[in-house]
Design a protein around this ligand. Structure first.
Ligand code: PGA
Length: 250
């Protein structure tokens, strides 16, 4: 019922030419895959070349961030409309790197989510605890607070339009992955919260991706968990062969 999503977060890697080459290779390798939604999220400046490389395929284009206003004097920012106009249909919001390095709060993320949905983009909303929080048993309370803050004032119709990514910060780019069981526990917890905040039917529909050192060696076991509906892949999405293997890992 939930169509799995495998999204590649290319972060600040791949210039125009490299992005075109990678997207072209990914397209070639994944042309027979129809059971999953594939999303590529290159840096802003590489969006046009990836758009060109995937045109006419079933691969979706996504961005890694956006501003919550329609337009205005916000130097260095990009609006939802601009992303749509460039061919994006997804946008990653609230990534832990945005929270940690650029001071993004749940309130800011909430404004971005609302704007993205209003404009017709599908947000991939990231939540997750840092190592210290996990070690002190605070994972659930941290994730709950992020969910409540990010989804404040969002209605049932809107919540159905977004994707959640659980990314334990200690697992991002570190080579450490949550075990499938650890990850699924948090996914189940998130689904329960969505059920309480909205309803059971919506909770069953919402796609919850796992992110944090997903690679071909661990993706099969992670994706086999009942509440894990796909993956948000960083490092391993920068190579067509490893991304291909992750997409096919079931
Ligand atoms: P990683 O990044 O796969 O390199 O750990 C995941 C992410 O930050 O989305």
């Amino acid at each position: 019922m939930r169509v799995p999503i495998i999204a590649g977060n290319w972060k600040m890697f791949k210039d125009e030419t490299e992005a075109f080459e990678l997207a072209t290779e990914i397209r070639k390798r994944l042309k027979d895959v129809s059971s999953k939604r594939i999303v590529l999220c290159p840096p802003f400046t590489s969006i046009p070349s990836v758009k060109k490389a995937i045109q006419g395929s079933s691969i979706y284009l996504g961005a890694q961030n956006m501003h919550w206003e329609e337009e205005g004097a916000y130097t260095g920012e990009i609006s939802a409309k601009m992303l749509l106009g460039s061919g994006c249909s997804f946008v990653i919001l609230g990534h832990s790197e945005r929270r940690a390095h650029f001071g993004e709060t749940d309130q800011v993320i909430n404004k971005k989510i609302k704007k993205a949905i209003e404009e017709g983009l599908t947000p991939i909303v990231c939540v997750g605890e840092i190592l210290e929080e996990r070690e002190s048993g605070k994972t659930e309370s941290v994730v709950e607070e992020q969910i409540r803050g990010a989804f404040e004032g969002i209605n049932k119709k809107e919540i159905e339009k977004l994707v959640i990514a659980y990314e334990p910060v200690w697992a991002i780019g570190t080579g450490k992955t949550a075990t499938p069981k650890q990850a699924n526990e948090v996914h189940r917890f998130i689904r329960e919260k969505i059920s309480l905040l909205f309803n059971q039917e919506i909770a069953q529909k919402v796609c919850i991706l796992y992110g944090g050192s997903v690679k071909p060696e661990n993706s099969k076991d992670l994706l086999a968990e009942p509440d894990i509906d796909g993956a948000l892949v960083g490092g391993a999405s920068l190579r067509a062969d490893s991304f291909d293997q992750i997409v096919r890992s079931d």
